[in-house]
Design a protein around this ligand. Structure first.
Ligand SMILES: Cc1cc2nc3c(=O)[nH]c(=O)nc-3n(C[C@H](O)[C@H](O)[C@H](O)COP(=O)(O)O)c2cc1C
Length: 161
C-alpha cells in the first residue's frame, strides 16, 4: 500500500504535445495521481520555465516526439531554456512518458530520450525508466501509462520515507 504521508504532496506534470495525444495521457495520469492524494499541477510546457523544476521534488513529463526527432512546438522554448539555464535538479525525482511511432525510426522517441538526458544531467533522479507509447494511444496505452505513473508515485514515496 502506498504510504503517501512519506511523499511530498506536490507533483508537477508537464505536457509537450503537437496534436493532443500526450495531453490525453497526461490528463489520465493527473487524475490517477490526484485520486492517490497528490496535489497535481498540470502544465503545458509552453507555460513552463526551468527554474520551476527547483521548486518541485516530483515531476512527470509527458511528451511526444515530432518531425525528425524534434520536440513539439509547445515544448521547444522550455527545452532550449532548460539546456541554457542548467538548473540544479538534485532535489528532483522524475519520470518521462514518451509518445512516438516506430515508423519514424531512427527518430523514435528521441525527444523523450533527450529530455531524460537533460534532467539527469541536472542531477535529477529517474523514479522509473522512460515509458514509451508506440502509436495510438489506445485505451490500453493510457492504462499502461497510468500504471507506470503509479510506480513513479511509489518510488517518490519510498525515497521520501
Ligand atoms: C508529422 C509527424 C511527425 C512525427 N515524427 C515522429 C518522430 O520523429 N519520432 C517519433 O517517435 N514519432 C513521431 N511522430 C509520432 C507522434 O509522436 C505520435 O503521433 C504522437 O502520438 C503525437 O503526440 P501528440 O498528439 O501529443 O502530438 C510523428 C507524427 C507525425 C504526424
Amino acid at each position: 500500500m502506498l504510504d503517501l504521508h512519506a511523499a511530498q504532496p506536490d507533483v508537477l506534470i508537464l505536457v509537450g504535445t503537437q496534436t493532443g495525444n500526450s495531453e490525453v495521457v497526461a490528463d489520465a495520469v493527473a487524475e490517477a495521481l490526484g485520486e492517490l492524494g497528490f496535489a497535481v499541477h498540470l502544465l503545458d510546457m509552453a507555460e513552463a520555465y526551468p527554474e520551476m523544476l527547483e521548486e518541485y521534488h516530483q515531476l512527470i513529463a509527458v511528451t511526444c516526439t515530432w518531425s525528425d526527432g524534434t520536440f513539439p512546438d509547445n515544448a521547444v522554448d522550455f527545452v532550449e531554456s532548460l539546456e541554457a539555464v542548467s538548473p540544479d535538479l538534485s532535489g528532483l525525482q522524475f519520470g518521462v512518458c514518451g509518445l512516438g511511432d516506430r515508423d519514424y525510426d531512427p527518430y523514435y522517441q528521441t525527444a523523450a530520450e533527450k529530455l531524460v538526458g537533460l534532467l539527469r544531467a541536472g542531477g535529477a533522479t529517474e523514479a522509473q525508466g522512460l515509458h514509451d507509447i508506440d502509436g495510438g494511444p489506445t485505451e490500453a496505452d493510457v492504462a499502461g501509462a497510468v500504471a507506470w505513473a503509479v510506480r513513479c508515485a511509489e518510488a517518490f514515496a519510498q525515497s521520501a520515507s
